[in-house]
Design a protein around this ligand. Structure first.
Ligand code: PLP
Length: 393
């Protein structure tokens, strides 16, 4: 018989000693999780509508909770993806070359200023991994987009939060906090999720200009397509203190294809390229995103439909005495008067087949958050809301 390799004996010995030390049953203490991962909760904050449907045993009649596009992708994107499916046995281009080329040309930047990945969510993880050491203080708004927090916690960063001011992220306070704790990384979404509020170009530019040298601002512009272009500050890739992020998940209707991009100084993009999953964006997704990007007319139609839908939702809300907050996104936060009311309303709407969400922190959580769906979705929402209100919900 071959002798056992030393490593294997070592592993057995460590296991034996661990078992004695920890008292027997195999549990996660016998798995070499990092301290960071061990400390994380086993549950994730992202309960998708599919999971809720499985729990409820019923399919939602209106899926208006995750800020997806109910209007679907451009027919050109659908055709491109259909064609690409036939080539799905091949990996996608790891350089995402054609898509990056189109993005760079559109924004008037170099290809070395663009990194494509599986959505902003993936890019957030990459940036955090690139810039955050365990224990590093990281700044965001209390109740802001939770995936950023999830990524920071996953890499062992220490979150420092700043309250919203009158339902807007507070750039000055965020900056003061970032300077006070010497945060290497600050996160701001403009327009914001979950409130839909936004700051104009001058205010965002002033925030960008105030980021101290050697620190980085993530400017998450997932909803930029819904914002008046004059409200968006010019992209300056000579500034190494800011990373702009965009996605195909909203106006382009490709949330399920998972494509987003970062625009930044080449040094930051080089950093991202060192650690990104090279084959992350599939052939099908690259083809769909490229075709969607080349169909701005369709995006314009979606933006117009969303604007009409927001006006509609405001009317539905006001019929019941609720206030729809102004929004530069594809969703509307509706103030229903309190956290308890919002929580109950979300549950009651869910029972009536309407999937919505609500902000996760006070005082934002006095609102429910409703994505602009199709006319049919809005009719379902209107009926369900009327029923909830009539039954005292
Ligand atoms: C502010 C913000 N950033 C990023 C995302 C996710 O983008 P992606 O689908 O590109 O990961 C969302 C989705 O709701 C969002 O609201």
């Amino acid at each position: 018989m071959e002798p056992w390799p030393c490593d294997a004996i070592g592993v057995l010995l460590v296991r034996y000693m661990d078992r004695r030390e920890f008292g027997g049953d195999m549990d996660e203490r016998f798995i070499p999780l990092t301290e960071t991962v061990r400390a994380l909760p086993a549950t994730t904050p992202f309960v998708g509508p599919e999971a809720l449907e499985r729990t409820n045993g019923a399919v939602f009649k209106a899926r208006i909770g995750a800020n997806e596009s109910a209007f679907g992708p451009s027919p050109k994107a659908l055709a491109a993806m259909r064609d690409a499916v036939a080539e799905a046995s091949w990996y996608g281009d790891p350089e995402n070359f054609e898509l990056r080329q189109a993005i760079a040309a559109h924004h008037g930047v170099g290809m070395d200023n663009v990194c494509v990945a599986a959505g902003i969510d993936s890019l957030l993880g990459l940036v955090v991994r690139m810039l955050v050491s365990p224990g590093a203080p990281i700044v965001t708004s209390l109740g802001a987009y939770p995936t950023f927090n999830y990524q920071v916690s996953g890499f062992g960063g220490a979150l420092h939060t700043v309250p919203y001011r009158n339902d807007f992220e507070d750039p000055e306070a965020l900056l003061d906090k970032a300077k006070a704790v010497e945060a290497p990384l600050l996160y701001v979404a403009n327009p914001d999720n979950p409130m839909g509020s936004w700051h104009g170009a001058a205010s965002v530019q002033s925030l960008i200009d105030s980021v101290p040298t050697g620190k980085v601002l993530i400017l998450d512009e997932a909803y930029a397509d819904f914002l008046d272009p004059v409200e968006i500050p010019a992209i300056d890739v000579s500034n190494p203190c800011v990373i702009r992020m965009r996605t195909f998940s909203k106006a382009h209707g490709l949330a399920g294809a998972r494509v987003g991009y970062a625009i930044a100084h080449p040094a930051l993009i080089t950093g991202l390229n060192k650690i990104r999953n090279q084959f992350e964006v599939t052939r099908v997704s690259q083809a769909g995103a490229l075709a969607a990007f080349q169909d701005p007319q369709y995006v314009g139609q979606v933006v117009a439909e969303v604007a009409a839908g927001k006006a509609d939702i405001a009317k539905i809300a006001s019929k019941h005495g609720f206030t729809a907050l102004p929004s530069a996104t594809n969703f509307v936060a509706i103030d229903v008067g309190g956290h308890e009311q919002a929580t109950r309303m979300m549950a009651e709407l869910g029972r009536r087949g309407v999937f919505i969400r609500m902000p996760g922190a006070a005082p934002l959580n006095r609102c429910i958050r409703v994505t602009v769906g199709t006319e049919k979705d809005r009719a379902v929402f209107a009926d369900a809301l009327a029923d909830v209100v009539a039954s005292g919900g």
